[in-house]
Design a protein around this ligand. Structure first.
Ligand SMILES: [Zn+2]
Length: 158
């Protein structure tokens, strides 16, 4: 997708450029122990300092629309404009695109995982359907699940 670069300002720079290191950076208030988005100078709760921290990149589709109108001839339609809520905090949401997915297959509540698309100096956070996509990831997930069950069994016996 040929993207129009977003305006990268002082407070929004981490959000727009963290993708260069494959990190979704959201501002965090250590005093309130809360995330703050959209980016701003100070914490809306306590007025204290905010620092960019990497989040997991996992979230769910809060709501979405399928755009059929070619606003930009370089961007093929249809595509999905969505509001994704990050798993870290209730209400921590932003507008984005769902990629690598048939637009008709998107649903509210769908688990998604962040990815990044370059646009000028920015790396725009977009989301793709979450879940293991390779055999090794599937096996890894299964092994971790078994490990958790094993741990529970040991704890239960102790
Ligand atoms: Zn605060």
């Amino acid at each position: 997708m040929q993207r129009i670069p977003p305006p990268v300002t002082g407070v929004s720079r981490p959000f727009w450029t963290g993708g260069a290191q494959r990190q979704l950076l959201i501002l965090w208030c250590g005093t309130c122990e809360r995330w703050a988005h959209p980016p701003r100078e100070t914490c809306p709760g306590c007025g204290g300092a905010l620092t960019p921290q990497a989040v997991s990149g996992r979230g769910t589709v809060f709501t979405f629309t399928i755009n059929h109108h070619a606003f930009n001839p370089a961007v093929p339609v249809p595509y999905v404009i969505a509001i994704v809520e990050l798993e870290e905090q209730h209400g921590l949401r932003f507008t984005t695109n769902i990629v690598d997915c048939d637009p008709e297959a998107v649903w509210i509540g769908m688990p998604v995982q962040v990815d990044f698309e370059p646009a000028g100096e920015a790396w725009v956070p977009v989301f793709r359907p979450a879940g293991p996509s390779t055999l090794s990831e599937i096996v890894g997930t299964a092994e971790r699940s078994i490990g958790v069950l094993g741990q529970a069994a040991i704890t239960g016996a102790a």
